[in-house]
Design a protein around this ligand. Structure first.
Ligand SMILES: C[S@@+](CC[C@H](N)C(=O)[O-])C[C@H]1O[C@@H](n2cnc3c(N)ncnc32)[C@H](O)[C@@H]1O
Length: 226
């Protein structure tokens, strides 16, 4: 089994393995992260079969510890909620936390993968009701700028995946990043101009609570698929 930093984490198995979709999508729960390719047999992904019902699908990118993801699923029991996180240890910890928990929301699933590389394959056109980008990594160094989550190309892809009336929600404590994303969204005719929203409209994220405790300013806006 691959080593993690710190103590080795094992994954829940059998009936407790339900929230993590890597085995289903990529052929093994140890297959994930960068450059993973969904199995041809699962494409196009049948999300209704995965959740056991057809419902509006909401995607959080970079769920980290999963606080927001779980709260969103609890707040929207009529929705199907999916998270994609690139760092394995967060996915596996959440799998261990939720898998054996009979109280965990059953309308929630998550994937260990690079959202920028895999979303377009996993989600068809008009398939997402909401996309949540909470406190994305700023990738400060100039040479890392290409790693920033939203560029014009990804903005076009997100707009295509969004159903008409669907919404991309952005929260950030780095105004320059929020502006940069807004500039990318502005290049996509199918998306509206950003509309600010208040704290409390959505559940708080881990990073958001820490920023609020420190009194740091937070930018919150949504853009909508026309
Ligand atoms: C600064 S943390 C914020 C975590 C959480 N959203 C919050 O607000 O507390 C950004 C998260 O996005 C994840 N991430 C960055 N790039 C990603 C990508 N391309 N696909 C999926 N997750 C990504 C990181 O691993 C990290 O967990």
């Amino acid at each position: 089994m691959p080593r993690l930093r710190g103590p080795t984490i094992t994954l829940p198995e059998g009936e407790n393995a339900w929230p993590l979709l890597n085995a289903h999508l990529f052929g093994g729960n140890h297959i994930g992260g960068h450059n993973v390719v969904p199995r041809a047999e699962v494409l196009p992904v049948d999300w209704a079969a995965i959740y056991g019902r057809a419902a509006p699908l909401h995607l959080e990118i970079g769920y980290n510890r999963g606080k927001f993801l779980v709260a969103l699923a609890e707040r929207m029991p009529a929705a199907n909620v999916i998270g994609i996180e690139i760092r394995r240890r967060y996915c596996w910890r959440l799998a261990n936390m939720l898998g054996p928990d009979p109280e965990a929301p059953r309308n929630l699933r998550f994937v260990w993968a690079d959202a920028r590389a895999t979303s377009r394959v996993l989600f068809g056109p008009d398939s997402l009701a909401g996309v949540y980008i909470n406190f994305p990594d700023p990738w400060w160094k100039k040479r890392h700028a290409k790693r920033r989550l939203v560029n014009v190309g990804f903005a076009h892809e997100l707009a295509e995946m969004l159903a008409p009336g669907g919404r991309i929600w952005v929260k950030s404590d780095v105004p320059a990043i929020a502006d940069e994303f807004a500039e990318a969204f502005a290049e996509v005719p199918a998306l509206s101009a950003p509309t600010p929203f208040e704290q409390g409209t959505l559940p708080p994220t881990h990073r958001e609570m820490s920023c609020m405790a420190q009194g740091l300013p937070i930018v919150r806006y949504h853009v909508d698929r026309r």
